[in-house]
Design a protein around this ligand. Structure first.
Ligand code: GRG
Length: 301
């Protein structure tokens, strides 16, 4: 198995090949115009940690599968994640001007082009996975099952559902612990759990392995969001590469607003334990994932 950085480098190189930059003013029939290509490229190649695709690749290798064959599925997850960040930053959603340490997409390219860059990344993600699946017809069932997992996790009962409830609670200026859980499972944890479920499908995992990875991903995602909420209050904007302190200012429902700082720390501890416990069936083979969740508890960005 590789390190997080090695998996992230694989993803970085493949994304750059799938979506190269274009010369200003360039377009051709059947291809993309420069403004669309370059606004998609701007956010996609802006130095994200590549956590979700790296975890997908590591899970495939842990289960004895081929990371090379899974690479386009991993890249698609990063495209979907990046689209969600572009749309989340729009004036009609979180209205943010800093992301991944750079001005947000709509600040640079305008709101209309930023909507299209997000739409473009979402659509291109599925095109990329379907192309990869079509190249290996003998693996059609596993590949389609993986695509379904990614569609489900990022879709209307997953990430989009969480984001919709988040918007609703912010506008209604309310929401209880149940709503908090629904939001954070949907908008954040599903984008870890379902790529891991996709990895299990790609590597022909058994039912127990699928459940274990799914449970780990959910716990990891809840922990990740709880640390994000804590860092919004206690972190550094330079390290995080985004505006901090916005959650409290906008009256957002977060772990800190619902549970307090100590309650948030307790949640982080609880989900940390749940994540490590979920991995027990893999024994020493899960060292990458144990290390990753240990590092998340300590993260500053
Ligand atoms: C627009 C449908 C739609 C959904 C948006 C991603 C999202 C849902 C909202 C962003 C706000 C937020 C704090 C989400 C949860 C945590 C999160 C996704 C943080 C960013 O992920 P990182 O830290 O970012 O992995 P990088 O830049 O490293 O990829």
């Amino acid at each position: 198995m590789k390190t997080l950085h090695e998996y992230a480098d694989m993803v970085e190189a493949r994304l750059d090949a799938l979506l190269p930059e274009m010369a200003d003013g360039a377009y051709e029939m059947g291809g993309m115009p420069w403004l669309l290509a370059n606004s998609m490229h701007y956010s996609l190649m802006a130095g994200g940690k590549r956590l979700r695709p790296a975890m997908l690749l590591a899970a495939v290798e842990m289960l004895g599968g081929d990371a090379g064959e899974a690479l386009d599925f991993a890249c698609a997850v990063e495209m979907i994640h990046t689209y969600s960040l572009i749309h989340d930053d729009l004036p009609g959603m979180d209205d943010d001007t800093l992301r991944r340490g750079r001005p947000t997409n709509h600040v640079v390219f305008g709101v209309g082009p930023a909507i299209l860059a997000g739409d473009g990344l979402l659509n291109f993600a599925f095109e990329t996975m379907l192309r990869a699946a079509s190249a290996h017809p003998q693996r059609a069932a596993a590949n389609l099952a993986a695509i379904c997992e990614i569609a489900h996790g990022s879709g209307v009962t997953g990430m989009i559902a969480g984001q919709a409830m988040d918007l609703h609670c912010e506008r209604a200026d309310g929401g209880d612990a149940g709503a908090l859980d629904y939001i954070q499972r949907g908008k954040t944890a599903c984008m870890f759990a379902y790529p891991l479920r996709a990895a299990a499908r790609l590597a022909d995992a058994d039912a127990a392995q699928l459940t274990a990875l799914s449970d780990y991903g959910m716990a990891f995602g809840l922990l990740f969001q709880a640390t994000d909420d804590l860092l919004d209050v206690t972190g550094s904007a330079d390290a995080m590469g985004k505006t901090l302190g916005k959650d409290a200012a906008s009256g957002k429902l977060t772990c800190v607003s619902a549970l307090g700082i100590d309650g948030t720390r307790a949640r982080i501890e609880r989900e940390h334990r749940a994540a490590v416990d979920a991995l027990s069936i893999f024994g020493a083979r899960a060292a990458f994932f144990v290390q990753l969740v240990d590092d998340m508890v300590e993260r500053t960005h």
